[in-house]
Design a protein around this ligand. Structure first.
Ligand code: B12
Length: 478
């Protein structure tokens, strides 16, 4: 048996979406006759983990993205090693794939699966059971030898995603009901139609992870799998794809695929891939929320980060979206390397411009965080950014903090993420909140006031937030 773990992702108790990373890998293994158990720390209790450990798994896998999940992943790794000291632990996911040496430097982590995990994990499992294939022949695997030397095998060629099993079956299908929240407007079930993105954004993981290649499932398979999701009681999904398949032609093909399905959906397409007709069609086929990464209103910054769009394209897109009932989030970024103070200020002013043109839209401003494996990471280092030297220190790489020396110099931006989030994200978040609605409402009003007056100092509400998140991190470390 193999146990796959999805550690907690957030200090806040909302927004639990299905852990597709472990479900995808798990159903692949089940399809090949291997017994799989899951432990999603967000929806399962510790007793369930202990029960899985009592079954003496042959291998334990942990999935991790940058930030809190690393801290929790490390803590859970130590925990499972206490219960099953002889069971090897393998990590996988975007972040550890980007930092193989740092990941394997952690004593309790024995193996690392780099990039797509399905077949690599299967081969590792075979190796552990039968001694074959030899470790150094398993493409996509990084491992430690007896002396602690780290070996990184060659990359695994891309999988044919058309051949991957439907991810919500077997044990994952049994767990699905824990994520369903019927009658809310918040999508909690993730589905992936494609892997990778063909665009060249310099801050993104795609270059390293998917070689800027986008692989799609066929329209007929997507239709079949969506129908299967509906038959399981799912009525609201989030497409986990990077840039929603990356191409306008793919988005057009999606319209007949989704026609007539009783399914609400959300996604994050590129603003240059939409047009009026497509959005009218999206409205008809259940589209509920679209998240657009616009990043900056400045053409020279858009060019520098190789976003592949201009301000004129953004304006056209906003013009289209403002006439639509679809909920929209525009995401902006400040603090790219080489950005100057005025460039960052222009982003704040652009948020106001967006709000004037499209008042119902949600806006979020994220401070740029250099992530390993991305092109801008190297440039950030040249400019004095010092990346964490240990895996655990990446746990603090959250959007609500400033991570680069150049942004730290400008106090105005210290709290910009939190204030913009509270000022410009309202209805949608509220619909996902069961508790603390009143607290969110009050902070929203206060943040709007602060935003209007650019009054970002004496941020006492922020202090409450920071104390709360510090406390959560302190608990997470245990
Ligand atoms: C959904 C999602 C989230 C969800 C979390 C997932 C969930 N279920 O709740 C939420 C909203 C919480 C989230 C948060 C963040 N996210 Co996010 N997210 C995604 C998204 C859209 C889909 C993830 C997914 O499930 N993909 C589908 C699965 C099948 O792919 P996968 O995760 O890569 O898994 C494969 C392999 O990595 C590997 N694998 C993964 N885990 C394991 C485990 C084992 C044992 C093995 C063997 C293999 C393996 O095998 C899998 C199958 O091939 C991706 C974009 C994308 N297209 O992947 C961004 C993405 C992963 N997020 C990203 C970022 C930057 C973040 C944030 C750090 C943002 C921030 N600055 O705070 C936060 C991190 C918070 C945290 N620690 O969780 C980045 C990269 C992250 C990174 N460097 O780790 C991505 C790639 C988006 C992007 N283009 O920049 N995210």
């Amino acid at each position: 048996m193999i146990l796959l773990i999805f550690p907690n992702t957030s200090s806040f108790p909302y927004h639990v979406m299905t852990p597709l990373s472990i479900f995808t890998v798990g159903t692949y293994l089940e399809g090949r006759g291997i017994d799989v158990e899951y432990y999603d720390e967000r929806v399962q209790n510790r007793r369930e983990l202990d029960e899985a450990l009592e079954k003496k798994p042959k291998l334990i896998g942990v999935s991790a993205l940058t930030s809190l999940q690393i801290l929790r992943g490390l803590s859970l790794t130590s925990y499972v090693k206490q219960g099953c000291p002889n069971t090897p632990v393998v990590w996988g996911g975007v972040h550890p794939s980007m930092c193989p040496e740092q990941t394997l430097a952690e004593p309790p982590i024995d193996y690392l699966v780099i990039k797509e995990g399905e077949e690599t994990l299967y081969e590792l499992y075979q190796h552990l059971r039968r001694g074959r294939p030899a470790l150094n022949t398993i493409a996509g695997l990084a491992w430690k030898d007896k002396e602690g030397g780290i070996h990184i095998n060659r990359d695994r060629p891309f999988l044919d995603i058309e051949e991957l099993p439907f991810p919500y079956q077997g044990k994952a299908g049994e767990l699905l009901s824990r994520y369903l929240r019927p009658n809310t407007n918040f999508p909690t079930v993730g589905y992936q139609m494609s892997r990778g993105c063909p665009f060249n954004c310099r801050f993104c993981y795609n270059d390293f992870y998917h070689n800027r290649i986008c692989r799609h499932k066929s329209p007929s398979l997507i239709r079949k799998e969506l129908e299967r999701l509906i038959s399981l009681g799912v009525d609201n999904i989030f497409f986990y794809d990077d840039s929603m398949g990356g191409q306008k032609s793919f988005l057009r093909e999606l319209v007949p695929v989704m026609e007539g399905l009783a399914l609400k959906w959300s996604a994050s397409p590129r603003i240059d891939c939409i047009d009026k007709k497509l959005i009218r069609n999206f409205e008809k086929i259940g589209c509920q929320w679209l998240f657009f990464g616009l990043e900056s209103p400045l053409d020279h910054i858009l060019k520098y980060i190789r976003k592949g769009i201009t301000k004129a394209v953004i304006d056209q897109g906003v013009e289209i979206m403002r006439d639509s009932p679809i909920i929209v989030t525009y995401s902006l970024m400040i603090g790219f390397p080489k950005e100057i103070y005025q460039d960052a200020l222009a982003v704040l002013d652009f948020a106001d411009e967006l709000h004037r043109h499209h008042p119902s839209a949600e806006i979020v401003i994220q401070p740029y965080a250099p992530l390993p494996g991305t092109e801008l990471f190297e440039e950030a280092k040249e400019m004095g950014f010092e990346p964490p030297s240990r895996l655990v220190d990446w746990s603090y790489f959250t959007m609500d903090r400033i991570h680069t020396p150049w942004l730290s110099k400008w106090p105005l931006f210290k709290n910009v993420y939190l204030i913009s989030f509270l000022a410009f994200r309202y209805e949608h978040i509220l619909s996902g909140l069961r508790r603390f609605r009143w607290a969110y409402f009050l902070s929203h009003k206060l943040a709007q006031f602060r935003w209007r007056h650019r009054w970002f100092s004496f941020y006492l509400e922020g202090l409450v937030y920071r104390v709360y998140t510090q406390w959560q991190y302190w608990k997470a470390r245990k």
